[in-house]
Write a protein that binds this ligand. Structure first.
Ligand code: MLT
Length: 408
């Protein structure tokens, strides 16, 4: 008799954004007008930068001729893209990261979900609350948790975020082995200073732990004093893996291209204490289970680093950040305390109400989709997340509708 992986039965019935999509579809069937405005899942709405499109077209033409056609590429990504990433995203910011430490992939969601496979099933896992659900769910699937009780899984060390700590979790009071951090944060939009990040790097070094640092939203940082990469922090090469994505940075959510940095100096240990290169383990996993991102997509991603591409990607980010400014300003003017939205495309709003009820009310009365904070963990109860990814027109309309709904 074929048995299932029982750990899947511990998961909540559906993934947060699928759950929201179902509620929105049901609402639309009941009320086809006016059109729903989606400020829920962080999905970009604007076209790819022109520089990326030109590079994409050119690469497709290369695939059309036998002489320039490419078959399987290197699983870790083409050298041209890895070199551009190392030079622009790391060396230019004083971070010592080399092209051969970069693994190009089809998404930070997959990478942050898959990375746990190379660590022991008994590893003690620290996960923030609220959190992007992928980190938690993939550890549940792998069997690293007990059952789900009162909104939490047994066996996880939760790092609580709340208004008092500005949604930047404190260091764990007990030893942990694997720590998930995300800055600028999804869902709260909170950011971390270099000093606070250094405390995490030091904690990891002292505990022989590894930090899984999700920096998918670094391009939205406007405050020059904030670190964009954990490798700007001394000692991070020994304790951290970093995840980046072109999804929000350059509109690649549908095109799919991201990367993960695993420094060659990062070690993890066997039960008897022998050190092994995490880079080699991830390389082994990546080349076994992944066959690379397509050549045209990697050429399109490389174009982000051209002069024109850089300008156009910055314009895209600036466009969404103008939405973030408006959302934050409007919600604060309505008397709702907010964090985020200053160096991130997400605004985390304290509603003073149960967050799914607030979500339902906004959907019913304003026809606006947000994300209920409780979907990101128990510490998210009482909050909603509003995403800045939509057109200026839709965001302005959404805010007018929200104003009317909340004042009525
Ligand atoms: C979000 O809305 O949290 C993100 O778009 C989800 C993702 O990037 O997978």
């Amino acid at each position: 008799m074929i048995r299932i992986n029982d750990n899947y039965l511990k998961l909540k019935a559906s993934y947060l954004f699928s759950d929201i999509a179902k509620r929105v579809t049901a609402h639309q069937q009941r009320h086809p007008d006016p059109a729903v405005i989606r400020l829920g899942i962080g999905d970009v709405t604007r076209a790819l930068p022109e520089a990326c499109i030109a590079a994409f077209h050119k690469a497709v033409d290369e695939m059309a001729a036998d002489g320039s056609f490419r078959g399987y590429g290197p699983e870790q990504g083409y050298g041209f893209l890895r070199e551009a990433i190392a030079a622009n995203d790391f060396k230019a910011r004083g971070a010592d990261i080399h092209a051969d430490e970069i693994f190009v992939s089809d998404g930070a969601k997959c990478d942050t979900g898959n990375i746990q496979e190379i660590f022991d099933n008994g590893a003690r896992i620290a996960i923030p609350d609220p959190v992007y659900p992928v980190y938690l769910d993939t550890n549940v699937m792998a069997g690293r948790t007990g059952p789900y009780r009162n909104g939490r899984y047994d066996g996880i060390v939760y790092l609580d975020g709340h208004a008092e700590n500005g949604f930047i979790p404190d260091l764990p009071r007990e030893p942990v082995d694997l720590i998930y951090l995300c800055f600028p944060n999804n869902p709260t939009g909170a950011t971390i200073t270099a000093d606070r990040l250094k405390a995490w790097v030091d904690y990891a070094a002292a505990n022989k732990a590894i930090i899984l640092y999700d920096a998918a939203y670094e391009a939205f940082i406007r405050d020059d004093s904030l670190p964009h990469s954990i490798y700007e922090i001394e000692g991070a090469r020994q304790v951290a893996i970093e995840f980046r994505s072109f999804s929000k940075t350059a509109g690649f959510t549908g095109t799919r291209c991201a990367y993960t940095v695993v420094p060659t100096s990062l070690m993890a240990f066997t039960a008897s204490g022998d050190a092994h290169s995490v880079h080699n383990l991830w390389s082994r996993r990546h080349s076994t289970k992944f066959n690379g991102v397509s050549y045209p997509v990697q050429r399109a991603a490389e174009a982000i680093y051209s002069d024109a591409g850089r300008r156009q990607a910055a314009d895209l980010v600036g466009y969404y950040m103008a939405n973030a400014d408006l959302i934050r300003k409007e919600m604060q003017a309505l008397g709702y305390p907010c964090i985020g939205g200053e160096n991130s495309p997400y605004i985390w709003v304290s509603t003073g109400k149960e967050s799914w009820a607030f979500f339902d009310m906004l959907l019913e009365k304003a026809g606006v989709v947000c994300t209920p904070g409780a979907g990101f963990g128990t510490c998210g109860e009482g909050y909603i997340r509003i995403s800045a990814f939509n057109s200026h027109e839709n965001v302005a309309t959404a805010m007018t509708r929200i104003r009317c709904a909340l004042k009525s």
